[in-house]
Design a binder for this molecule. Sequence first.
Ligand code: ZN
Length: 445
Amino acid sequence: MTTTVIRRGRLLGEDVVDLVLTDGLVAEMGADLVAPDGAPGADAGWSAADVTVIDASGMVVLPGLVDLHTHMREPGREDAETVLTGSRAAARGGFTCVHAMANTDPVADTAGVVEQVWRLGREGGFCDVQPVGAVTVGLGGQRLAELGAMADSAAGVRVFSDDGICVSDAVLMRRALEYVKAFDGVIAQHAQEPRLTEHAQMNEGPLSGELGLTGWPAVAEEAIVARDVLLAEHVGSRLHVCHVSTRGSVEIIRWAKSRGINVTAEVTPHHLLLTDELVRSYDPIYKVNPPLRSADDVQAVREALVDGTIDVVATDHAPHPMEDKECEWSAAAFGMLGLETALSVVQQTMIDPGLLTWAQVAERMSSRPAEIGRVTNQGRPIAPGEPANLVLVDAEATRTVESSDTASLSRNTPYAGLTVPGRVMATFLRGRATVLDGALQGAYV
Ligand SMILES: [Zn+2]
C-alpha cells in the first residue's frame, strides 16, 4: 500500500494543511502532520518507509474537478478525440470526472454504447468518464431513446441530452422530463430554437450585419429556456440548461429559481471570457455553438455565476480535426477545446478580479456538477475518510497557451498565444497521481 503525503498546501486557497493519502482515501489532514523529510508527526499511524512526499507550499488544494459537458468523440470520430486522449486532457486540466456527451457515431442512445464509453474511461484510468445518454433515438428528435435501460446499465446514466441539437419538440421534451423522474435523472437541454437559427453563423447584432454573417439571435436560446423551465415546473422534474450564453437566459433562469422550479444551469469558460468582437478576424477558431456573445452578455453570465443563478462551469470541450476548423468561416465546424484551460480562464475571469473565492470555484466546478450529475463518489469535500480526488494548483504561475501543448488529439484552442494565470501541478484520482509536476503519469487500471 503506497502512501502519498502532500505538505503545506492551501486548502481551498486558505488554511495551510498536510494531507496523507492512503488506499485511495484522504487518511489524515491537519497542520504540520508531516516533517519536511516526510517522517510522520506524533499522531500519524502510518510508516514513513513507503511514502511519497509532495511539497505543495503555496499551492491551492481543490477537490478533483467534475465536468458536466465534454465531447469525447468516441465512438466514431477517433481522429478528433478518444476517451483515452480526452481523459488525459481532463487530468491535465485538474478533472477527475467528466460527462461524455452522447453525439457520437453511433449515438450513445443504448445501454451498449454508454457501457462501452464508461468502460473505456475506467480502463484508461485518467478520470472517471460518466456517459450522457441521448434523449431521442439517434438524436433524431422523433422518439425517446431507451432512457431507463441506460439508467439501469453499468454506466448508471443520470444525465440525458441531445446536445449539439435541441430537443425542440415540446411534447417529446415533456415526455423526457416525465420519464427521468423515475430514476432521478435530469434532461440537459441544448437550447437552440432550430427555425430561428437556420444557417446562423454568429451572434445576431450590429456586428453580424457588418460582417455579412447570418445572425443567431439571443431569443432563439431564451425562447427554449423559457419553455423548458415552464415544462419542468409543470411536470415537477429536473432540467439542466447547457452553456447559457445570454443575459435574457440568465434572467429567465433567475425568475424560475425564485419560483422554486428545479432548474440548474452551466456556463462555459469561453462565454465567461470571449466576445463576438473576435469574429471580426473571420478565424473559425472562434466559431462555437452557442456563439460568442456581446460584452454585456459576458457581464451577465459572470454575475449569474456569482449569485448562483448559473450553478456550474462546464467546458463544452469540443475537439475538431484541423481540416474541419482551418477553412472558411461558413464551412467550419462549431466548437473549441476547453478541458486544459478551464481552470485558468475561471481564475482569470472570476478569482483574480475578486468575484469568486477558490472555495466557491470548488463548489461550481466540483461539488455542484457532481450533485447535478448524481455522481456520488466525486465532488466530495476534502476530509479524512473521503475519496482522494484532488488537484494542486500553482495559482501564482502564469503561462502562455500553445495549441501544440495539449493531450487532446485536436488543436482547436481559442486561447493560443494568450497568457493566463494558474497551472495544474498535480491531479489525484482515488489517491493516485494522474498528473505530477505538471506532467501526465503512466496509465493504470
Ligand atoms: Zn451544446
